[in-house]
Ligand binder design. Structure first.
Ligand SMILES: [Zn+2]
Length: 63
């Protein structure tokens, strides 16, 4: 089971979902995950604002 399965507080910005999850150390992480086919981009951030900014500025390679 991956960390993604614990996603909550999800919001969608374009093709990117931003949600929070806990890492294996119990710390809250803010992840941005692109849901576009064939993109597969995702990254973790320590703050929601950082994850939201990354989601807004993300451009799919295949777009
Ligand atoms: Zn993408």
């Amino acid at each position: 089971m991956s960390a993604r399965d614990f996603f909550h507080s999800v919001m969608r910005i374009g093709p990117v979902q931003v949600g929070t999850h806990r890492d294996r150390h119990g710390r809250t992480k803010h992840a941005a995950v692109c849901t576009a086919d064939h993109c597969g981009w995702s990254s973790d951030y320590t703050s929601r604002s950082a994850a939201t900014l990354a989601a807004r500025t993300h451009r799919c390679r295949i777009a």
